[in-house]
Design a protein around this ligand. Structure first.
Ligand code: C2E
Ligand code: CA
Ligand code: CA
Length: 539
């Protein structure tokens, strides 16, 4: 079992396996995204189509109601109240004059007649399905697909006018199995005007929230039209178009694109992993071949301009003589675990090179950058203790710089830092202000000093919006009795502003770039004040 697991882990670390996984994962994601996009588009198209036919239908309904009302007014406004020839002529004329009036009829309980002789008269005794303020309305609930049937009747007293199913159907353009329903009795009853009867209510939570015109229920679409009349609602129910991805041309276009993109991602992963592996290998070789070196960037007292210490910065000089920036290989070393070797190397090298200088200047210190994994393990304490003993240097002369990223697990970090501080090391928070954490957590951590990130120093005197950040950090740090070092000071104006804000220490190209041990020793032993010097950042 363990063997199989081990084999699997080894396999999973192969570049081509990682590339394949990346390609498969991105293919799955891209295909899912394509399908989701098409589903979304289809839904939008469905909705637009339903909206359009709904609007067309409502417009037609308005025209129909308008003409039915006119017809009723004409019939009621004349004095004839029997089935005389004059009445028949009148019924015929009203039917002919109005395009959407299909049938006009009269019935006073004694005699009945209509503009369609031989056609059965409507049932004048039937109570209306809907009672308006002036007229009653009857809906023909027959589901016969006959266009020459009175579908919607309007009437009062002895008169009825109606429109045919065809006049409504020709705008609604309903697909097979679809229905147009009038919903009455406060949403409880559905009367089909067109198409077959449908189970009602269509969803248990009917009526759905206002504004939610289109609802999907299984393989049916339910579309509610806004009638602006509280007495009734119009609802269209249509069967959903059959398997809607089957013949989708967009999908057949997106699928190969997704596949090509996935292959490209796989290829890029392969290249990236190989490059990383080779850089990791090279870095391992660099450690063996002693290609790493340490430079020292002076930290100075802003007031006296005297060097009080330095930050140790690592460099990688390749066999061809080129220098690789730590910004490139430190993150890689952090993820590959090689960073511990680098930290140990920096500590050993700095004590080798500066041991005598530190012994001769007990107030001088060098700060060393710690990576997140240096902070999460207590290992570093033992390493530095052994070196300090060997070189007879005081713990107070080695400070440690920790970034806010290295403090993700505050509880563990606190323990490591506490132990380092207990033996005399100073703890500096590096790149302060760029992390997520606030000053509040500092109160809970064993910290001596804040290094304000270069970004805030750059803004000093330039950018009005962020130039206020540095003074704010400075005041807070002082309130917490923390020292402050300003990083990346490049201008005399910045140094002046910092001094006026009460910052005692600075580091930056205005004073000195990172120099080798020999130059740094000269700077210290010469005891010179550092005045805006710009040495080359070269060993
Ligand atoms: P960092 O700790 O913030 O180091 C300061 C960086 O700012 C250094 O870059 C330094 O050369 C640069 N710098 C200092 N003053 C100025 C200035 O006035 N203007 C400008 N533009 N830059 C200035 P470097 O040496 O390239 O280091 C980059 C980063 O690499 C460091 O940032 C640190 O995070 C990391 N690093 C360097 N050495 C080590 C190391 O030994 N261990 C670990 N864990 N990280 C290291
Ligand atoms: Ca640093
Ligand atoms: Ca920094």
């Amino acid at each position: 079992m363990t063997c199989t697991l081990l084999q699997f882990r080894r396999l999973a670390h192969r570049p081509w396996v990682l590339a394949l996984l990346a390609a498969l994962l991105s293919a799955a994601l891209l295909t899912a995204a394509s399908v989701a996009l098409i589903i979304h588009q289809n839904r939008a198209a469905e909705s637009a189509q339903m909206n359009a036919s709904g609007e067309r239908f409502l417009l037609r309904l308005e025209q129909v109601f308008g003409q039915l009302r006119l017809g009723m007014r004409e019939l009621e406004s004349q004095p004839i109240r029997d089935c005389s020839a004059a009445m028949l002529a009148l019924l015929q004329r009203v039917g002919v004059d109005h395009r959407f009036i299909f049938e006009t009829s009269f019935n006073d309980g004694v005699q009945g007649c209509s503009n369609r002789p031989g056609h059965p008269l409507p049932d004048f005794k039937r109570p209306p399905d809907l009672s308006g303020t002036t007229y009653g309305y009857w809906l023909n609930t027959s589901s016969e697909p006959d266009d020459n049937l009175a579908a919607l009747l309007m009437g009062r007293g002895p008169f009825r006018v109606s429109t045919s199913r065809g006049h409504l159907a020709d705008v609604a353009d309903l697909p097979k199995g679809a229905s147009l329903l009038v919903i009455v009795d406060n949403g409880r009853r559905a009367v089909p005007v067109l198409g077959p009867a449908q189970p009602w209510p269509p969803t248990p939570d009917w009526p759905v929230a206002p504004g939610n015109a289109l609802t999907t229920q299984g393989d049916r679409l339910i579309y509610r039209m806004d009638t602006h009349v509280p007495d009734y609602q119009l609802v269209m129910i249509t069967p959903r178009p059959a398997p809607f991805l089957k013949n989708d041309t967009t999908l057949w276009l997106l699928l190969p694109i997704s596949l090509v993109l996935a292959l490209m991602i796989g290829w890029m992963t392969l290249m990236q992993v190989r490059r990383r592996r080779s850089l990791e290998g090279e870095l391992q070789g660099a450690l063996r071949r002693n290609e790493l070196l340490v430079l020292y960037q002076p930290i100075i007292n802003l007031h006296s301009r005297v060097c009080v210490g330095a930050e140790a910065l690592v460099r990688w000089r390749r066999s061809d003589g080129s220098l690789t920036s730590p910004d490139l290989f430190i993150p890689l070393a952090e993820s590959s675990g090689q960073i511990e070797q680098i930290t140990d190397f920096v500590l050993a090298r700095l004590l080798d090179q500066l041991g005598p200088l530190l012994r001769a200047n007990p107030k001088l210190y060098v700060s060393v950058n710690l990576a997140a994994c240096d902070v999460t393990r207590p290992r570093i304490g033992a390493v530095v203790a052994r070196l300090l003993l060997q070189h007879r240097v005081a713990a107070s002369q080695i400070a440690f710089e920790v970034t806010e990223r290295g403090l993700v697990d505050v509880a563990v970090a606190r323990e490591t830092l506490q132990a380092l501080r207990k033996v005399g090391h100073r703890i500096l928070i590096d790149d302060f202000g760029t992390g997520y954490s606030s000053l509040a957590y500092l109160q809970t951590l064993p910290v001596d000093c804040l290094k304000i990130d270069k970004a805030f120093i750059d803004a000093l005197g330039h950018d009005a919006a962020s130039s206020g950040v540095a003074p704010h950090i400075i005041r807070m740090a002082h309130a917490l009795h923390l020292r402050v070092i300003a990083e990346g000071v490049e201008l005399e104006t910045q140094a002046d502003l910092l001094t006026s804000e009460g910052v005692a220490f600075g580091q930056g190209w205005l004073f000195a770039r990172a120099v080798d041990a020999l130059h740094f020793s000269e700077m210290v032993t010469g005891g010179r004040r550092i005045m805006a010097r710009r040495g080359a950042d070269q060993p």
